[in-house]
Design a protein around this ligand. Structure first.
Ligand SMILES: Cc1cc2nc3c(=O)[nH]c(=O)nc-3n(C[C@H](O)[C@H](O)[C@H](O)COP(=O)(O)O)c2cc1C
Ligand code: SF4
Length: 678
């Protein structure tokens, strides 16, 4: 038996967990009609297959109708969920993993204009900044109803074969009662800690009396809100002890912080550039104070940190949740001594930011996650070995190379630069975003494993490619910054990529015109303002940086506000003129009737990229398909069969930003779904 601390079994009451790694509760927003159907099932089972000890499915499954889904949550208040849950628990158990589900009432952390349009309830009228609803102050009959709803939902989960349920008590109704900041009630549910904890205890008692002892019951709760006037650490330790002493729960899942604002949420679930394992020591303190089974997750992205968490005795079970979105087979790779092959979570938080924008959770660099029904995590070997030539070693080109290599093809990549990475290499120049480089490094290592040849400093001409005698050519040349958007003065502006790459020195009084709304503008602003310049970011949009999304915006704002960068929304830069050594920026508005000027010494335009596609158009007439991709075959997962030119020498495809400016995930998805069928 292995001596690896992570691979030791753990006895949780009557359950034996096969190792120490769990996926903590999270809602990837895959439900259909509020039910965990085939897609949800496939996603969950893939992680069980990968060897995780326990998967906690469904973050924040709703127990009541007045806890309507804000990110496509499961509806645990419906009886029809039981067979769907049963299908999932049977399949997960078959793979040897345990499975639990998280139940909640969101309280004020939702909106009244969702679901059945019921008023939002909370123990005070205080509004949560993130979801903006002004809650109704909860009444006695609401409390009774919701306690019963929790017990009913838990009973449904037990009937569905779950090993247990976890209650969410950080930022949701349960801890809205516990926190002095959100509880304005008089006794019996307000005032003293006894009273503030009464609701949670009543819910636990109601559930326990319904489900019996042979069912795991846990609480995921904040043991330190880290907010003035809120539950502090000493009260958090007292809460932890009381939960243990109640005899009603089987483990504690420790959170530190608060989630009512984007900034608070980002400190609870840190993203790239923030410290790894920031709350692990705190979880260890709770374990030491209670001597009770303790679980924890918060940016434990790699196996070494997870191993430390267990070996040091800080926690009993360690969560690697986003890490499993990136690579569902972590435990299997540890067992097979292939840790170095684990696809690394880079903390990009594309997954989590998307659910708050109403989308499904996708991993920035694993396009198979959440698409298990159509995209493989392990790419099968091709029947016939082909020669594949790829132009460009950015994320799209390298993903195509990795997948084609894993298929067993002979693969040659031409890269004009001296290093791989394309735009990601530039992105990673920002110290806060350097984890992005692992997207490239992991692919380079995989390409080596599969014998892919990568030629650097190699500008591919049509003849170079033809000389390789390829069966398939994939153009993944990306794009170049597109700044040609003004009616006059395009030659006077620089691009955000010029600044980020260091090719152009920052000015001292700078206007950044950003209508792409992506990271590049903010990254350039940080660089310019960091060099001591005055910076204004202007956008014609209603809000700035819409593509950056909530949690990714937090570190930028923390930096840019300190640097006094200003934001101007709803104005459009129209033209630029030279005036001595200054620039005059002429500004209008899409709403009309406005004409203003700014006098600056540098104008930066961020307008995405324009495809670098010369080589594609040169090769097009020589290909069998004239570059055409059958969308139907692509979507159906079938090999490409378009023939427009039977005399052609090879199939030709174009992917990523070489087609149109999109993002890293889109580039990688383009590559995976094309190359997996070649
Ligand atoms: C897409 C997504 C949805 C999540 N939803 C929930 C949720 O509903 N309830 C919850 O307690 N945590 C939720 N989480 C937080 C995770 O359980 C976990 O605490 C967090 O991702 C930090 O752990 P990690 O760094 O290992 O990913 C979610 C995380 C992700 C990525
Ligand atoms: S999107 Fe980023 S944070 Fe989320 S799982 Fe993927 S790599 Fe990790």
């Amino acid at each position: 038996m292995s001596s690896d601390p992570l691979l030791q079994p753990y006895k949780l009451k009557h359950l034996t967990l096969r190792n120490r790694i769990i996926v903590t509760s999270h809602e990837p927003a895959y439900p259909e009609d509020g039910m965990p159907k085939e897609r949800y099932l496939a996603y969950t089972v893939e992680r069980a297959k990968g060897g995780v000890a326990m998967t906690m499915t469904a973050g924040s499954a709703a127990v009541s109708k007045d806890s309507p889904p804000v990110f496509n949550n499961l509806l645990a208040y419906k009886d029809e969920i039981v067979p769907w849950i049963r299908q999932m628990t049977d399949a997960v158990h078959e793979e040897g993993a345990a499975i639990m589900i998280q139940l909640t009432h969101l309280g004020r952390r939702t909106r009244w204009d969702k679901g059945d349009w019921l008023p939002v309830v909370a123990p005070s009228h205080h509004r949560e900044a993130s979801h903006r609803a002004f809650p109704k102050k909860i009444e006695d009959w609401d409390i009774e109803r919701i306690i019963k709803d929790f017990a009913d939902a838990a009973e449904r989960m037990k009937a569905g074969g779950m090993d247990g349920v976890e209650l969410e008590a950080y930022g949701h109704l349960l801890d809205q009662f516990t926190s002095p900041l959100t509880n304005d009630l008089d006794g019996p549910y307000g005032g003293s800690l006894d009273n503030r904890m009464r609701f949670c205890m009543d819910v636990l008692k109601a559930i326990r009396s319904r489900v019996g002892e042979d069912f795991i019951l846990g609480v995921r709760y904040t043991a330190d809100e880290a907010l003035p006037g809120g539950t502090g650490k000493s009260e958090g330790i007292e809460i932890s002890k009381r939960l243990k002493e109640s005899g009603l729960v089987d483990y504690l899942n420790v959170i530190r912080g608060h989630i009512d604002t984007d900034a608070g949420l980002t400190d609870v679930i840190p993203i790239q550039g923030m410290a790894n394992a920031p709350h692990l020591d705190f979880a260890g303190e709770i374990r030491a104070a209670t001597n009770f089974p303790t679980f924890h997750a918060a940016k434990i992205p790699d196996v070494a940190t997870a191993r430390h968490a267990i070996a040091s005795g800080k926690v009993d079970m360690i969560g690697m949740t986003r890490a499993h979105m990136t690579d569902p087979h972590i435990v299997r790779k540890i067992i097979e001594k292939r840790e170095d092959e684990i696809r690394p979570c880079v903390g990009a938080n594309y997954c989590l930011d998307r659910i708050y924008q109403g989308g499904a959770a996708y991993c920035i660099h694993n396009a198979a996650t959440g698409r298990e029904l159509t995209m493989p995590h392990i790419v099968p070997k091709a029947e016939t070995r082909k020669k594949i030539v790829i132009v460009g070693a950015g994320p799209a080109g390298l993903e195509a190379a990795r997948v084609a290599g894993e298929r067993g093809h002979e693969v040659v990549v031409f890269e004009a630069a001296s290093d791989p990475g394309g735009q990601i290499r530039l992105t990673a120049l920002s110290p806060r975003r350097k984890e992005m480089m692992s997207i490239i490094d992991w692919r380079i290592a995989q390409c080596e494993k599969y014998g892919v040849t990568i030629k650097y400093n190699a500008w591919a001409e049509a003849e170079t490619i033809e000389a390789e005698n390829p069966d398939v050519v994939i153009i993944a040349t990306g794009g170049v910054a597109h700044t040609d958007v003004l009616s006059k003065g395009n030659e006077l502006v620089v691009s955000s990529w010029d600044i980020i790459s260091g090719d152009v020195k920052p000015g001292s009084n700078v206007l950044i015109f950003d209508d792409a709304g992506d990271h590049a503008a903010l990254q350039a602003a940080e660089f310019i303002a960091g060099a001591g310049a005055k910076v204004e970011i202007m956008t014609p949009d209603r809000s700035f940086s819409p593509e950056v999304m909530a949690m990714n915006l937090v570190p930028y704002m923390r930096s840019l506000q300190k640097l006094d960068v200003t934001f101007t929304v709803t104005y459009r830069l129209e033209s630029v003129e030279k005036n001595g050594n200054q620039l005059i920026a002429n500004v209008g508005s899409d709403y009309g009737g406005i004409s203003k000027q700014r006098v600056v010494d540098q104008v930066v335009v961020n307008h995405g990229t324009i495809p670098l596609d010369d080589i594609y158009f040169e090769l097009k007439p020589k290909s069998t398909n004239h570059g055409e991709i059958s969308q139907d075959e692509l979507i159906a997962g079938q090999p490409q069969s378009v023939v427009r030119n039977p005399q052609g020498q090879f199939q030709l495809f174009r992917i990523g930003d070489a087609v149109s400016a999109r993002n890293t995930h889109a580039a990688i998805y383009d590559a995976l779904r094309l190359a997996k069928d070649i």
